[in-house]
Design a protein around this ligand. Structure first.
Ligand SMILES: [Fe+2]
Ligand SMILES: [Fe+2]
Length: 328
C-alpha cells in the first residue's frame, strides 16, 4: 500500500513492520492508540499540541474567574462558576491524554510555570467589563469549537475522545456567551455600548486563535498528513467568520472589520487584514496580561503544594496497608 505519510527523518530508509502498521492505520482513517508504535515526530508533535491545549484551558480560567464574585446575579454567578469548572476539567482530560504519550504532569506543569510552554495568546487579554464574559463565550469559545470539532476525529485515540466531551461543553459556553450579549443588547444604551466595545476588543484576537496564515504555518502540513489536524488555519478562520456574521446580525452587533463583505463568487465573507504583529508580540510574552497570568498560575501551584503532599502521604499509607494485608 502506498502511504501519504512524510517519512520520519529519524527513521531508517527501510520501513519497519511497525511503521508500516502505523502508516496503514493512518491511511485507513483508523486510530492510533497508546499501545501502538508511532514515529517519534508524531509523539512529540502530539505532546506539544495537547499540552499547549491543556495549558490554555487552565490559564483560560483566569480571565473569567476574575468575574465570578462580580457577576450581576446569583444565576450568572452559578453559570460562570460552572463554566470555569468545565475549563478545569478540560485541562485535566487533556493532561491525561498527554500522559498516555509518556509526558509527565510534573514536567508539563513545570514548563508552564517556568514560562517555557505556550498557551493560547487570547488569554493574555484583560477582561475589564461584564460584557467580556459574553464576548469570551461567543467569540473565544466559538473559535475553540470551530478548531476543536474536527479534532474529535484526530488520529490519536485519547486526544480525539477527550475532544468529544470538551466540544459538548464548549457549545454550552458559546451559547451562554451569546445570551449574555443578547441580554445586554436588549438593555439600555450604556449596556449596548458595553457589549459593542467588548466585541470590538475580542473580535480580532479571536480570529488570531486559528494561528498564522497557511503560508506561514510550518507544522500544519505534517499535522494534516498525520490526520491530527483536518483543516488549515485559514479554512477554519473562514468557517468561523461565516458563522459569526448571521449571529452578529441577530445580536445587532457590528463586527469591527470595515472591509468585511460577502463575496458572491466564493459565497464566503471576505475579511480585512489581520495585524499579525500584535499576534507575535502577545505570543512572545509581551501581551497585556502575560506576566500576571503566569504569576497567578505559579502562586496557585505553590498554594496547592500541601494538597499534593497530603495526597502523596495518603497514597503511601494506603500502599503500606495493602502490603501489610498481603503479608499477613
Ligand atoms: Fe475549554
Ligand atoms: Fe470553554
Amino acid at each position: 500500500m502506498t502511504s501519504t505519510i512524510t517519512p520520519d527523518p529519524s527513521a531508517s530508509a527501510v520501513i519497519s513492520v511497525e511503521e508500516q502498521h502505523f502508516n496503514d492505520l493512518i491511511d485507513a482513517d483508523s486510530r492510533i492508540e497508546p499501545r501502538d508504535w508511532m514515529p517519534e515526530g508524531y509523539r512529540k508533535s502530539l505532546v506539544r499540541q495537547i499540552s499547549q491545549h491543556a495549558h490554555s484551558e487552565i490559564i483560560g480560567m483566569q480571565p473569567e474567574s476574575n468575574w465570578i464574585t462580580r457577576a450581576p446575579s446569583l444565576k450568572r454567578k452559578a453559570i460562570l462558576m460552572a463554566k470555569v469548572q468545565d475549563e478545569a476539567g478540560h485541562g485535566l482530560y487533556l493532561y491525561s491524554a498527554a500522559q498516555t504519550l509518556g509526558a509527565t504532569r510534573d514536567d508539563m506543569t513545570d514548563a508552564l510555570i517556568a514560562g517555557k510552554a505556550r498557551y493560547s495568546s487570547i488569554f493574555n487579554y484583560p477582561t475589564p467589563s461584564w460584557a467580556d464574559m459574553g464576548s469570551i463565550g461567543w467569540l473565544v469559545d466559538g473559535a475553540a469549537i470551530c478548531n476543536q470539532v474536527p479534532l474529535c476525529r484526530a488520529s490519536y485515540g485519547p486526544y480525539g475522545r477527550a475532544m468529544v466531551r470538551i466540544c459538548k461543553e464548549e457549545s454550552f459556553h458559546q451559547r451562554q456567551g451569546f445570551e449574555i450579549l443578547l441580554e445586554l443588547m436588549q438593555g439600555t444604551e450604556e449596556q449596548r455600548q458595553m457589549a459593542q466595545d467588548s466585541v470590538n476588543r475580542w473580535y480580532w484576537p479571536a480570529l488570531m486563535m486559528f494561528g498564522p496564515p497557511d503560508d506561514d504555518s510550518p507544522n500544519s502540513a505534517q499535522s494534516m498528513a498525520w490526520k491530527i489536524k483536518r483543516h488549515s488555519n485559514d479554512e477554519l478562520r473562514q468557517r468561523f467568520v461565516n458563522m459569526l456574521v448571521p449571529q452578529a446580525a441577530v445580536l445587532g452587533i457590528t463586527l469591527p472589520d470595515p472591509e468585511l463583505h460577502f463575496n458572491e463568487d466564493t459565497q464566503q465573507w471576505d475579511l480585512g487584514v489581520i495585524d499579525w504583529t500584535e499576534f507575535h508580540e502577545v505570543l512572545a510574552g509581551r501581551g497585556p496580561n502575560n506576566a500576571q497570568r503566569l504569576q497567578r498560575r505559579r502562586d496557585a501551584h505553590d498554594n496547592g503544594a500541601w494538597v499534593r503532599e497530603a495526597a502523596a502521604a495518603y497514597a503511601r499509607k494506603q500502599s503500606a496497608r495493602t502490603k501489610e494485608m498481603a503479608a499477613s
